[in-house]
Design a protein around this ligand. Structure first.
Ligand code: MG
Length: 162
């Protein structure tokens, strides 16, 4: 097998009057992530990890923030396009791991729903999807509850014919 990995990161500002979407799951919280799309930082980081794994242009190049087609778009569209790109390069997604960096809200009760949703999006088993949450102990923008960040790593592989 020919293996490749990709890394993604994203951060969005927390604002009033928006639903909080993380990993494609609605998380009940007083505020949500600002963004042209639904602001789902976890799915954006994941999209970039997948694109990066096959050396494709990043999410901002594929889905320019100024483009009205992506206004309020559900971020699963970006992941779907990234999975398609991985497939077009002859690779298959094998495993992903992610971290959400947020002081609030507590996310552990939503891990299963997020893993299930991401697994479905990537057509992989839930066991191959990791989701963790960390605070920054009050430091920096996540600590001040100004925003939420996410990191993702993706492993893709293709069978090499001898
Ligand atoms: Mg983003």
């Amino acid at each position: 097998m020919n293996y490749r990995v990709g890394l993604g990161f994203d951060a969005h500002r927390l604002v009033e009057g928006r639903d909080l979407m993380l990993g494609g799951v609605h998380i009940p919280y007083g505020r949500g992530l600002e963004g042209h799309s639904d602001g789902d930082a976890l799915l954006h980081a994941l999209t970039d990890a997948l694109l990066g794994a096959v050396g494709a242009p990043d999410i901002g190049s594929l889905f320019p923030p100024g483009d009205d087609r992506w206004k309020q778009a559900p971020s699963r569209l970006f992941v779907e396009k990234a999975v398609e790109t991985v497939g077009a390069k002859g690779y298959r997604v094998h495993q992903v791991d992610t971290v959400v960096i947020a002081e609030e809200p507590r996310l552990s009760g939503h891990f299963e729903a997020i893993r299930s949703n991401v697994a479905q999006l990537l057509s992989i088993s839930m066991d191959d999807v990791g989701v963790k949450a960390k605070t920054t102990e009050g430091m920096g923008f996540p600590g001040r509850r100004e925003g939420i960040a996410a990191q993702a790593i993706a492993l893709v592989a293709k069978r090499v014919t001898p």
